[in-house]
Design a protein around this ligand. Structure first.
Ligand code: CAA
Length: 260
């Protein structure tokens, strides 16, 4: 599939997705958001793919936010639609993906860029990464789920500090805050993400998908996460992977999961 703003490449069991607008610091315009949405479908529709690795082209930016030039003249209705549509077709869709998305944050992850990284299941960063939600400096607040996901990751106090000051957080501080799980040299980002995929791929695909679903239930409207966990746990007993995993354990051999 050919895209104008992203590069998508399948290698063995990984789909590499690179946002490719480096002249605009990979800012998310509507076409890029729509293409990323299509790339999520490629990940979930392809049985061979176990995970996606998402990054931004160049060393300067992962994504410097939503494209300010595109929405600068919007009215209230258009602003609401921008946020609702983006959340539905990209940010929530990544979070709810059956397969893990790993963000490799190389440089600025601001506004919608920080929100995009936060929607991913795992975030790793290079030492030059800078995270922030500077929307208030534009007379805005985050619209792609940033106020909600930042609180979950760093706690209310630090989230409010970041949101109200518009200050950026460097990679090492992001690591201390739990905003990222690893900081590695720029050149090692890809390999580090691949090692994570390798570890995840050893495990039962349906169980990995259900783990994502169960964790997401934590903030699903009207859903009791503990009850959801019981339901999903029970469903695992109806999979061939469960039979294989437990049999392999008892027979003291490596499990061969089929995702069934
Ligand atoms: N939207 C559109 N264009 C952007 C952009 C953005 N978010 N961020 C950078 N660019 C463009 C710049 O306009 C510039 O283009 P031109 O050369 O055509 O002028 C190019 O990328 C390079 O940027 P700078 O010259 O500004 O680079 P710099 O090194 O001097 O500064 C920066 C880097 C600090 C990241 C600065 O670009 C910046 O502050 N960007 C905006 C960050 C921001 O406010 N993000 C939040 C956006 S709002 C949002 O995301 C809302 C939401 O939640 C839905």
């Amino acid at each position: 599939m050919n895209f104008n703003n992203i590069i998508v490449e399948k290698q063995t069991n990984i789909l590499y997705i690179t946002i490719n607008r480096p002249k605009n610091l990979n800012a998310l315009n509507s076409e890029t958001i729509s293409e990323l949405s299509q790339a999520i479908d490629l990940v979930n529709d392809d049985k061979e793919i176990r995970a996606a690795i998402l990054t931004g082209a160049g060393e300067k930016a992962f994504v410097a936010g939503a494209d300010i030039k595109e929405f600068a003249s919007f009215n209230v209705a258009e602003g609401k639609h921008l946020a609702a549509n983006g959340q539905a077709i990209l940010f929530d869709k990544i979070e709810q993906s059956q397969k893990p998305f790993i963000a490799c944050v190389n440089g600025y992850a601001l506004g919608g860029g920080c929100e995009l990284a936060m929607a991913c299941h795992i975030r790793i960063a290079s030492p030059n990464a800078l995270f922030g939600l500077p929307e208030v400096s534009l007379g805005l607040i985050p619209g792609y789920g940033g106020t909600q996901r930042l609180v979950q990751l760093v706690g209310k106090g630090k989230a409010l500090q970041m949101l109200m000051t518009a200050e950026m957080v460097k990679a090492e501080e992001a690591l201390d805050l739990g905003l990222v799980t690893d900081v590695v040299a720029f050149g090692d980002l890809k390999e580090t993400a691949e090692k994570l995929v390798k570890k995840i791929s050893k495990n039962a695909p349906l169980a990995v998908a259900k783990a994502i679903q169960a964790v997401n239930a934590f903030n699903e409207d009207g859903v009791d996460g503990f009850k959801k966990e019981i339901e999903l746990f029970g469903e695992c007993f109806d999979t061939k992977d469960f039979v294989e995993g437990t049999t392999a354990f008892i027979e003291k051999r490596k499990a061969e999961f089929k995702g069934k």
